[in-house]
Design a protein around this ligand. Structure first.
Ligand SMILES: Cc1cc2nc3c(=O)[nH]c(=O)nc-3n(C[C@H](O)[C@H](O)[C@H](O)COP(=O)(O)OP(=O)(O)OC[C@H]3O[C@@H](n4cnc5c(N)ncnc54)[C@H](O)[C@@H]3O)c2cc1C
Ligand code: SF4
Length: 327
């Protein structure tokens, strides 16, 4: 690990002001950043420790929605009574991630900003456009079992590894930040993470030194919620394919559907066409298969990950069965 300066922030405003120096990073739980520093993938000159800021509370808003501080540990968020009761998809997504010890340290803001698990991103001997822009992509033509099948580019086929972010995408969360000029910014989660395009090293729309302070959830959506994660081991493994589903059925027909996917793309993936084909229809196997066909219509495999295309179809169909079966 390279030498770096360390500074503990006393307020969000001070954190943002201190982060204006070049090559400065915030550190929260450190469960991702420290690993990257040990491997010299991240080599910050200065760390601003934000872990003791007063941003670790979960608050119920007047409209029935939740405000979640950026420093709420993943384990606290998963166990919060309001989340368990009204946003079970979020609780289940969090509990499907990492381990108990990691979830105790991992923060809401850090989880959204964790980096890809692409093997070549972690191997500094290999070309990687995300780690070293312009150097090439070793995954294309290499080992691709964990890589993306949707929204890829010729420059990067990495996936976003977060489970929590997939549930937040289905719930239409908003990311609230403090900008370098002192203004607050409210970013719909749909716009927060970016597809790789020709700048895969730019993963979110955050400006350098912009601090996530909170996440806002809208009032609980009506209907049933499910998180289904398929992975190589039953625990302590990232998703090959995951689905966060929220579905409301009225008078035997689907009144509203929100379906977000992990393991398939560079960002938590959501396709309005998949939801549109479901809404207004009576649930049934034929409808679910039609929705699954829409999901994978533009999917492209890269060899080792070709299996994700039929897997994504099956996981969506199974999730829709879960969401619509009689209880
Ligand atoms: C072995 C292992 C297995 C894992 N398995 C899973 C899994 O199955 N599913 C899953 O979803 N995750 C998994 N994780 C990832 C884990 O959830 C993340 O490492 C964690 O959520 C990151 O949070 P943190 O607070 O530790 O972030 P840090 O490591 O402190 O920070 C991560 C990044 O976010 C930035 N940052 C942190 N807070 C803020 C803020 N408030 N504003 C702006 N920038 C900020 C930092 O500068 C850094 O760039 C796993 C991790 C490990 C090590
Ligand atoms: S897929 Fe992305 S992260 Fe992986 S080697 Fe290619 S450019 Fe790097």
């Amino acid at each position: 690990m390279k030498l770096f300066d360390y500074q503990r922030a006393d307020s969000p405003e001070q954190a943002v002001a201190s982060a204006q120096a070049p090559n400065t990073h915030f550190i929260a739980g450190g469960t991702n950043l420290l690993d990257l520093m040990k491997l010299q993938i991240e080599t910050p000159e200065r760390l601003i420790d934000v872990s003791r800021l007063d941003l670790a509370r979960i608050e119920l808003r007047d409209d029935g929605g939740l405000t979640i501080g950026a420093l709420v540990p993943n384990s606290d968020l998963a166990a919060d009574p309001h989340v368990l009761r009204h946003y079970p998809v979020l609780s289940r997504a969090l509990l499907a991630g990492a381990t108990g010890q990691l979830r105790n340290k991992a923060s809401t803001g850090g989880n959204l900003l964790q980096r890809t698990r692409c093997y070549y991103f972690y191997d500094i001997a290999m070309p990687c456009n995300k780690r070293a822009p312009g150097s090439g992509c070793s995954a294309i033509g290499g080992a691709t079992r964990i890589h993306a099948i949707l929204g890829t580019s010729a420059h990067c086929i990495a996936t976003h590894p977060s489970d929590m972010a997939v549930a937040m995408r289905a719930l239409d969360a908003t990311v609230v930040t403090l900008e370098p000029d002192g203004d607050r910014r409210r970013i719909p989660i749909a716009d927060f993470h970016l597809l790789p395009g020709d700048t895969p090293h730019i993963e979110t729309i955050l400006e350098p030194g912009e601090l996530i302070t909170h996440i806002e959830l809208p009032p609980p959506p009506p209907g049933r919620q499910v998180y289904r994660k398929v992975r190589d081991r039953a625990s302590y493994a990232f998703a090959l394919v995951s689905v966060a589903g929220v579905l409301d059925i009225r008078d035997g027909r689907i009144a509203a559907a929100a379906l977000a996917f992990g393991g398939l793309a560079h960002k938590p993936w959501r396709d309005p066409a998949v939801e549109a084909i479901l809404v207004g229809q009576a649930p049934g196997r034929g409808l679910f298969e039609a929705a699954a066909d829409v999901l994978v219509k533009a999917a492209q495999g890269f060899g080792d990950n070709d299996f994700k295309i039929p897997l994504a179809r099956r996981v969506l169909i199974a999730t829709l069965h879960d969401l619509t079966k009689e209880s």
